[in-house]
Design a protein around this ligand. Structure first.
Ligand SMILES: Cc1cc2nc3c(=O)[nH]c(=O)nc-3n(C[C@H](O)[C@H](O)[C@H](O)COP(=O)(O)OP(=O)(O)OC[C@H]3O[C@@H](n4cnc5c(N)ncnc54)[C@H](O)[C@@H]3O)c2cc1C
Length: 435
């Protein structure tokens, strides 16, 4: 590879795709002073998003899995700037980054501008309430670590109050309703029963999986439609075995403090309401810098992952609308973000060297759903290749995608060490995070 004059590569968003990309470019270019690599994220640390439902139910302790951007950047030769992206000035090749305040409202970092030669957008997605009235005010979302930790606290408070109240009787239930029968809704539903069982083992006698009245609500005619009908039915039956109610063909038209209102039928009452449906890129992308966007606010990219209207701007992960050669679009998954990060690293270097760029081709390695339930001591994992795997092998397959992410950040040897450290940590920490 030719030596580059010192160019500035700015990556916005240090998630499943962006952090892997910053790590690769930092080690390939930043280390040898061939380019300055800067990662921008609104948060100070990264937590891999597919872990959020486990963080929310306290089954996983986030402290072990959080990656501090500053420390990781120092080790991997990229710089980190905390702040939320506000706008892109394509003419002057600059981005505007918001200031950062502490919880007391004092400004810690002022708003700033950063110039770039190449910009990579990797700011992910959020759930989509499709404008349903009441969702913003009454529902908890599971889009980032702050929301996951908030959900955990709300659930623990509800469980503790229920348990401590002298008025609670054996027939009383905690009503939880989740909208969205995709992977997030399904995995969260199953983990709730694990959470209740673990709380019981800590001496909260009034709490058990039977205390929970969990309703999973889906507008389509079956849950997880990306899988075959047979697998979708098998997951539904498994959730019902845990004790959940699964409602399909149920379109929610409104939410208020009592619960969810379906288009037909009575209100679905809920003490805790979670919205885990739909995917869209953040709203502010819609009209950003005259770039082409899709109906769900994603930035439209060419097969090289460059935006259709600006070759100096690349997009990866959930915020990219990347058409597949055979039709359809690359799905918003961690698997896709991981694959895009690798091609994007090569293409950014090729672009700076004025060499030909590679085309991104998404390889679907299957959908993995984890249905954890400690009562049965089992984890059931389902792949889109009509395969059902149970027990320890299933758990290993489920964790593999995360291990690939860790390997991209730390390399294989350190990932092995982290796995061992995790085992030791889990052997001494409580099996449920209780604060
Ligand atoms: C609960 C849950 C479970 C999931 N399970 C799976 C699974 O099992 N398998 C799978 O393949 N996928 C799964 N997904 C989807 C997967 O997490 C995403 O597809 C993946 O994380 C997308 O990666 P990304 O890099 O595009 O964005 P993200 O990983 O979401 O990262 C985006 C980053 O951008 C930052 N950011 C956002 N806005 C701004 C801004 N304005 N300025 C600066 N920074 C910003 C965020 O802080 C974040 O660090 C799951 C998602 C959820 C919510």
């Amino acid at each position: 590879m030719r030596y580059l004059t010192m160019k500035k590569i700015v990556i916005v968003g240090g998630g499943a795709g962006g952090l892997e990309l910053a790590t690769q470019l930092g080690n390939k270019l930043g280390k040898k002073n061939r380019a300055e690599v800067i990662l921008v994220d609104k948060n100070p640390s990264h937590l891999w998003k597919p872990l959020l439902h486990e963080i929310a139910t306290g089954v996983l302790d986030d402290q072990m899995d959080e990656v501090n951007y500053l420390a990781h950047g120092k080790r991997n030769h990229f710089k980190f700037k905390q702040g939320a992206l506000l706008d892109i000035d394509r003419e002057n090749k600059k981005i505007k980054v918001a200031g950062v305040k502490n919880p007391a409202g004092e400004e810690i970092f002022p708003a700033t501008e950063l110039s770039y030669d190449v910009l990579v957008m990797a700011i992910g997605s959020t759930s989509n309430d499709f404008g349903t009235p009441g969702v913003k005010d009454h529902c908890i979302l599971l889009d980032d670590q702050v929301q996951a930790k908030r959900l955990r606290q709300i659930m623990l408070d509800t469980f503790f109050k229920f348990s401590a109240s002298p008025e609670t009787t054996k027939s009383d239930k905690i009503n939880i309703a989740i909208v969205g029968g995709g992977a997030t809704g399904i995995e969260l539903t199953s983990e709730l029963f694990t959470m209740a069982e673990k709380l019981k083992s800590y001496g909260f006698d009034k709490i058990s999986p039977k205390t929970l009245n969990v309703t999973l609500i889906e507008a389509a005619d079956r849950i997880i439609p990306v899988l075959s009908e047979k697998l979708s039915q098998s997951i539904k039956e498994q959730l019902e075995e845990f004790g959940a109610k699964v409602l399909t063909k149920t379109m929610i038209t409104k939410a208020d403090h009592d619960g969810f209102y379906p288009k037909e039928g009575d209100v679905i009452k809920a003490d805790i309401m979670i919205w885990a449906a739909g995917v869209k890129a953040p709203d502010f992308l819609k009209d950003i810098a005259g770039l082409e966007t899709s109906r769900s606010n994603q930035l439209v990219v060419k097969s090289t992952l460059q935006t259709t209207r600006d070759d100096d701007i690349f997009v990866i992960g959930d915020c990219a609308s990347s058409p597949k050669p055979a039709g359809g679009f690359t799905p918003p998954t961690a698997q896709a973000a991981h694959q895009m990060a690798s091609i994007c690293a090569k293409n950014v270097m090729a672009h700076l060297n004025e060499l030909p760029l590679s085309n991104f081709k998404y390889k679907d390695k299957g959908t993995i759903i984890s249905l954890a339930h400690t009562a049965q001591g089992s984890v059931t994992t389902v792949g889109s290749s009509s395969m059902i795997v149970r027990g320890t092998p299933a758990h290993m397959i489920y964790r593999m995608l995360y291990r690939m992410h860790q390997a991209a950040l730390y390399g294989n040897i350190k990932t092995g060490r982290l796995m061992m450290a995790g085992r030791v940590y889990r052997s001494v920490r409580p099996t449920l995070r209780l604060n």
